[in-house]
Design a protein around this ligand. Structure first.
Ligand SMILES: [Zn+2]
Length: 375
């Protein structure tokens, strides 16, 4: 009897000690997580929910980021051929996922979110999607902005889907409702992949000279974003003659026939001479399949090499440059104010454009949401 009692007493003590250890471990973990939260916000490290659901929603982040506004837009999904109502911020998550590499710096993703949101609302204020009259926007990048559904994100990201979604969603919700304004109005927030070191004045690419779309330097781009495109004489002459038969270009004269006639101060080609014909830099880019109009022409033994810098039209935000600025310590507001001349950051809700509303981010304990840094 006595021995059995002693045994039971030992078991109770052991269980109590184990329980106390577990409680202490739990409390320490909570403390560590809540300690990390302010520094995560401060240094821009991305966060994710502790127990992500297979299909994350923005609802938790709405609470976390003290965001209550909802603006519903009509999105035409060109792959599924259907019109869907979507929350503006949810749509922007899909756009940022498709338009910028998810591994870009967190502040660059935030800059992209503000640019894409502004671009969307500006387009809606100017007639919406041009190819689908019933839609505010469509998911075709050739018409509006590229967009990834959850299904496409899963395909593209595989096992990283949940973490990547949370990363983009946080960049979007951390800037929810923020837009770029000039003289109190939304701006046409054009952007491109990489400028090649210098962005372009809008009137050199599009019809209008817009005061906030001026060429600026883009000093921190990845210098590897250059491309050499080479043609032999026969292929080049054939290509030119098929499109511009009056140019008089043949395989025998193509080396002498092709030369840059004029260039903009940025280094982008304004006009290119092809024998008796002169075409614009944009036409040359399309004809030769170049990444941008920032190119030089080199004559080689067997033909011509185009040395191309940058990727895209070069107007507005350079995504690669934004990533470089973020790496050098700029936050998303500094990035945006660099690439869009003279703009300010305002807010947008169902009533339209207004001054920037600074929101107070509630502490995790108030929301009941536990966020942990991404590994
Ligand atoms: Zn469209």
């Amino acid at each position: 009897m006595k021995r059995k009692n002693a045994f039971e007493w030992k078991t109770v003590v052991l269980a109590a000690v184990l329980l106390a250890l577990l409680v202490a471990l739990f409390l320490l973990t909570r403390l560590a997580l809540s300690d990390k939260r302010p520094s995560c916000g401060a240094n821009g490290e991305p966060l994710r929910t502790a127990e992500p659901t297979p299909e994350p929603t923005l609802l938790d982040l709405y609470v976390y980021f003290d965001w209550t506004e909802t603006v519903t837009i009509k999105v035409y999904d060109h792959r599924a051929d259907k019109l869907v109502d979507m929350d503006l911020e949810e749509y922007i998550v899909g756009v940022v996922s498709a338009e910028m590499p998810v591994r870009y710096e967190f502040e660059a993703l935030k800059a992209q979110a503000v640019a894409s949101r502004t671009y969307t609302l500006y387009s809606m204020a100017h007639g919406g999607c041009h190819t689908n009259p019933d839609a505010d926007v469509c998911t075709n990048s050739k018409c509006c902005q590229a967009f990834s559904t959850h299904e496409r994100m899963r395909e593209a990201w595989g096992k990283d889907y949940t973490n990547n979604y949370a990363r983009v969603a946080e960049a979007v919700m951390g800037t929810a409702g923020e837009v770029l304004v000039y003289n109190g109005k939304l701006v046409d927030a054009l952007y491109h992949a990489c400028s090649g070191g210098q962005t372009e004045d809008s009137e050199h690419v599009y019809a209008n000279a817009l005061p906030y779309l001026r060429g600026v330097d883009s000093p921190y781009e990845d210098p590897m974003r250059t491309e050499d495109v080479d043609f032999d004489d026969d292929a080049l002459a054939e290509l030119i003659a098929a499109k511009y038969p009056d140019s008089g270009v043949t395989a025998d004269n193509v080396k002498e026939a092709i030369s840059i006639a004029s260039a903009y101060p940025s280094g982008r080609v304004e006009t290119l001479r092809l024998g008796k014909t002169t075409i614009t830099g944009k036409q040359a880019r399309n004809l030769f399949g170049l990444r941008s109009t920032m190119f030089t022409v080199e004559r080689t033994q067997k033909g011509i090499v185009f040395h191309v810098r940058g990727y895209g039209h070069g107007v507005g935000l350079s995504q690669n440059g934004a990533n470089g600025m973020a790496k050098h310590g700029s936050d998303y507001r500094e990035i945006l104010l660099h690439y869009y001349t003279g703009v300010s950051i305002g807010s947008y809700d169902e009533n339209g454009v207004g001054p920037l509303q600074e929101r107070s981010t509630p502490l995790p304990e108030e929301t009941g949401i536990v966020l942990v840094p991404e590994d």
